[in-house]
Design a protein around this ligand. Sequence first.
Ligand code: SF4
Length: 84
Amino acid sequence: MPFVVTDKCKKDYRCVDECPIGAIAPRAGDPAADAVSQVYIDPESCIECGACAGVCEFDAIKRDEDLAPEEAHFAAANAEYFQK
Ligand code: SF4
């Protein structure tokens, strides 16, 4: 299952830089970055390497199956970001 960013994200973009395949957006400086309160992981691209979760200081990134019930909606929110 892909990794998911939750609303604990503080947009420091460390995960974006760490992802080896560019599955996390928006990037720092993107015009779209100011319009969102967090970054998102494309579940179709994520190869589940875990690098992003390893650098997140805010515990904002989890495997889909490890989301708490109250966090489960973030899986859809991450996917929806890439459907725009
Ligand atoms: S788990 Fe790996 S591939 Fe997936 S978003 Fe995180 S760094 Fe990118």
